[in-house]
Design a protein around this ligand. Structure first.
Ligand SMILES: CC(=O)N[C@H](C=O)[C@@H](O)[C@H](O)[C@H](O)COP(=O)(O)O
Length: 232
């Protein structure tokens, strides 16, 4: 087990974007504080401002990423070394980065991982398939996460979490596997742990109230429409 985290368990992804109601100085910090109070063993955060605020104010490890679009590239999670450098300077102990095979970036990724390690930080590789997980481990990643399953054109497009990918990665890899993406319920999280995940990242289900509300509203609307149809 990796000594950074105190045990296996839940990591809460606290992310909001410009334009979101929760995108201000304090909302994601308060989300992270609440997550720690609730028993999370780590936080995943996006952007220098939130990483810095959270790393200074919680005592559990922070996984940092910078989402940024580079013209002509599909890679948007920590695409370059300068992003990783900023993440580490902001206080993250782990850098999350895209390690998919969408573009021929092995040398860039190898170089980024080398430099991140040289700074004393660790790497969480966000992948979408088993092959990418194997490659990420070969390139030196310290953790492999299913974050991007369903978000590359060639990966499985599931409505729920990709538990089968978690199981396959756990069978093949030495490094800890993290389940991430569309974990909506505590039962989903337990399934991921049963499949062998060391850690489970939960994002939207905890920290995106607009999405949580939309799910309630949608289900209520469906029910009400069915009710109307039945009573006609
Ligand atoms: C695909 C992508 O860009 N995922 C991002 C990665 O940092 C976040 O937008 C997700 O919220 C995070 O992965 C947690 O997933 P979920 O919100 O489904 O629990």
């Amino acid at each position: 087990m990796n000594p950074l985290f105190k045990s296996r368990g839940i990591i809460v992804s606290c992310q909001a974007y410009p334009g979101d109601p929760m995108y201000d100085e304090s909302s994601m910090l308060n989300m992270a504080r609440a997550a720690e109070q609730g028993g999370a063993i780590g936080i995943r955060a996006n952007g220098e401002r939130d990483i810095r605020n959270i790393a200074r104010n919680v005592s559990i490890p922070v996984i940092g990423l910078i989402k940024r679009n580079i013209p002509g590239s599909e890679i948007y999670i920590t695409p370059a070394w300068e992003d990783a450098e900023a993440i580490i300077a902001a206080g993250a102990k782990i850098v999350a980065m895209d390690v998919t095979m969408r573009e021929h970036r092995n040398e860039i990724v190898r170089h980024m991982i080398h430099n991140i390690h040289a700074c004393g930080a660790l790497v969480m590789a966000d992948v979408s398939t088993l092959e990418e997980g194997i490659m990420a481990e070969r390139l030196g990643a310290d953790y492999v996460s299913t974050t991007l399953s369903g978000y590359t054109s060639y990966s499985l497009q599931l409505e729920g979490p990709d538990i089968a990918l978690v199981a396959k990665l756990c069978k093949r890899l030495e490094v800890p596997v993290i389940a991430e993406g569309r974990i909506w319920t505590p039962e989903d999280a337990v399934k991921a742990l049963e499949a062998g995940a060391e850690y489970v990242v939960v994002g939207s289900a905890i920290t995106r109230p607009e999405q949580i509300t939309a799910r309630f509203a949608q289900q209520a609307l469906t029910y009400l429409m069915q009710g109307k149809a039945a009573s006609r």
